[in-house]
Write a new protein. Structure first.
Length: 571
């Protein structure tokens, strides 16, 4: 077991010297030995809670991570932070809390680490916003860190087919359209989610788990095993061991998550047809590392990367299938061989990407993934858009879509609930462009996801329709649904100037979104525009609305490492 010199580690401020006797007394009270007190302190942070199945397996894995830390010469200190789980928050005002929780997770992990002077971090997360939130904290603190995904849920099984929670959301639309009887919907809700783990398709949680591996902050293969598979505990043990190796080598997150590493991560999102939320979270993570990497940078990677993995919702398979087919390393092998990722980027193994992949040979016999020569599509499953309706950009997932161009009249709603009610009543026409505005980071506040509405539309079987919003979409959304439209309505963006009947044109093939109005007409409407009354006047959502930036740069609330005076790791 290696020995560590605490002279340059943050925990020296609470464990070393006679003046720290009162501090040490607390550690003796918790059963630590003198030797354990003088080892490096490693925060083992999880987002465990009983809000949803995404999080209930995290505390179990934290115990294995602590064992790995202890076996490798460190002293683990476990703590939990919050999670707002999108599946429960979806479709009502609770979703306003979801994106805000990403910042609270990052802040709370930062404050716990700072307040107790921990030297390193193992972060375990299970549900959508908790993954980027945890990685943002790692990049902000810049102490040696290893990320661990809590794992996906096993697919449910109904009538001989694999199903996920998105099938239930879409089932609501089918039921409303008279295409599904109540008994079938009830059977779906009882069997779609069979146990612990995050949503099983390539929705936001699994997308960001793939990002963690691709960017180098998670161990190879660790994003793959489902939550209930005991292999997860082995990866947790290895994460604890790996973080101590990083302490020894003084290898930090910002050494790993370079600009090239962010490009690798965006390529993996594109190749898997991943969640559009990655275009929000990658810029936010980059901000914590002092790297400028906005929506347009992400979109440029998406545009040049082939679509290789057929994963739900646009494809046929779930996360468990991808793991069994070789996981993220198999996909990265295909991308590396095709020249779409940089193999020189460092990872938490202490080795570069190419070295991690040197023994991986692409298996062409697996149906889940294709190599570059046999790509499912020449460009990624997520596309950036820009035009007079979205000068600051917008984004759409087209994986598995045939309908990627649309021209039609706007049907304008100032909140999601109003649009959802119209959809439930089937109060729309084929060809319409449903517009949901004042749901951006500031205007919502919180940039709600619209899965209830988009899934209901999809379930009703309508194809010749589009939906645009300054809010965002679940990774489970499918259909021609454009999100992150910026500037948002609350900032006087063009989406806030639309009227019923305005002709909106979306071209996901060429990356454009526009409204057929002259500059003069838009200017006249802008002069007459008045901001909507704020939805909150106090509390966390009010504070968030006053501090949050645009979706283009990640809906961030702090300047990040660019304005950092002193890095925590160097205190």
């Amino acid at each position: 077991m290696p020995t560590f010199d605490k002279a340059k580690l943050p925990s020296r401020h609470v464990t070393e010297g006679p003046e720290r006797a009162p501090h040490r007394s607390y550690y003796y009270a918790m059963g630590l030995t003198e030797e354990e007190i003088h080892r490096p302190f490693v925060g083992v942070a999880s987002c465990w809670n009983e809000a949803a199945p995404c999080n209930i397996a995290l505390m179990r894995q934290a115990q294995s991570a602590k064992k790995g830390v202890k076996e490798s010469g460190g002293t683990p200190r476990e703590f939990c932070t919050i999670t707002v789980t999108d599946g429960i928050a979806m479709g009502h005002e609770g979703m306003k809390s979801s994106l805000v929780s990403r910042e609270v997770i990052a802040d709370s992990v930062e404050l716990t680490m700072r307040g107790h002077c921990y030297d390193a971090l193992v972060g375990i997360a299970g549900c959508d916003k908790s993954l980027p939130g945890m990685m943002m904290a790692m990049l902000r603190l810049n102490v040696p860190s290893v990320f661990l995904y809590g794992g996906s849920i096993m697919p449910g099984r109904v009538k001989g087919k694999d199903v996920t929670v998105v099938d239930i959301f879409e089932g609501v639309g089918q039921f409303a359209a008279g295409k599904m009887p109540a008994c079938d919907l009830a059977e779906l809700e009882r069997h779609a989610c069979p146990g612990a783990g995050a949503c099983g398709g390539q929705f936001t949680a699994n997308t960001m788990a793939c990002v963690a591996e691709a960017i180098g902050l998670a161990l190879p293969y660790s994003s793959g095993p489902p939550a209930e598979v005991l292999a997860r505990d082995d990866f947790a043990l290895k994460a604890g061991q790996a973080v101590m190796s990083l302490v020894e080598k003084r290898l930090r997150p910002r050494d790993i998550a370079t600009r090239k590493a962010f490009e690798n991560a965006a390529a993996v999102v594109a190749a898997t047809g991943g969640s559009t939320n990655a275009a929000l979270h990658l810029p936010a993570m980059a901000n914590e590392a002092g790297i400028k990497f906005d929506l347009f940078d992400v979109a440029a990677i998406f545009k040049r990367t082939p679509y290789l993995a057929s994963l739900k919702p646009g494809g046929a398979y779930v996360a468990k299938d991808m793991w069994e087919a070789g996981g993220v390393p198999m996909l990265m092998r295909a991308l590396l061989d095709g020249g779409f990722i940089d193999g020189s980027c460092m990872t938490v193994t202490g080795k570069a990407v190419a070295e991690n992949l040197k023994d991986v040979k692409f298996n062409p016999d697996k149906k889940v993934m294709k190599d570059v020569a046999h790509a499912l599509a020449p460009t990624g499953g997520v596309v950036g858009l820009r035009g007079n309706l979205a000068p600051d950009g917008a984004i759409v997932k087209i994986a598995g879509l045939k309908h990627i161009k649309h021209r039609g009249p706007a049907r304008v709603f100032d909140c999601e609930e109003d649009c959802f009610e119209a959809v439930q009543r089937r109060d729309y026409k084929a060809g319409d462009v449903l517009v949901i505005r004042y749901e951006g980071p500031k205007g919502g506040p919180g940039m709600r996801e619209m899965l209830s509405t988009t899934a209901a539309l999809y379930g009703q079987g309508v194809e010749n329709i589009a939906l645009i919003t300054d809010g965002r979409f679940s990774g489970g959304t499918r259909g021609l649904c454009v999100g992150h439209v910026g500037p948002e309505a609350a900032d006087g963006g063009p989406i806030g100037l639309l009227k019923d009947g305005d002709i909106v044109v979306i071209d996901a093939e060429n990356g454009s979104i526009s409204v057929e109005l002259s500059d003069a007409e838009l200017a006249t409407r802008r002069a007459a525009w008045k901001p909507k009354v704020a939805a909150f006047g106090s509390g966390a959502l009010y504070r968030y609305s006053k501090n949050v930036g645009p979706a283009r740069t990640g809906a961030i609330t702090t300047p990040g490492a660019a304005d950092e005076v002193r890095c925590y790791a160097d205190i």
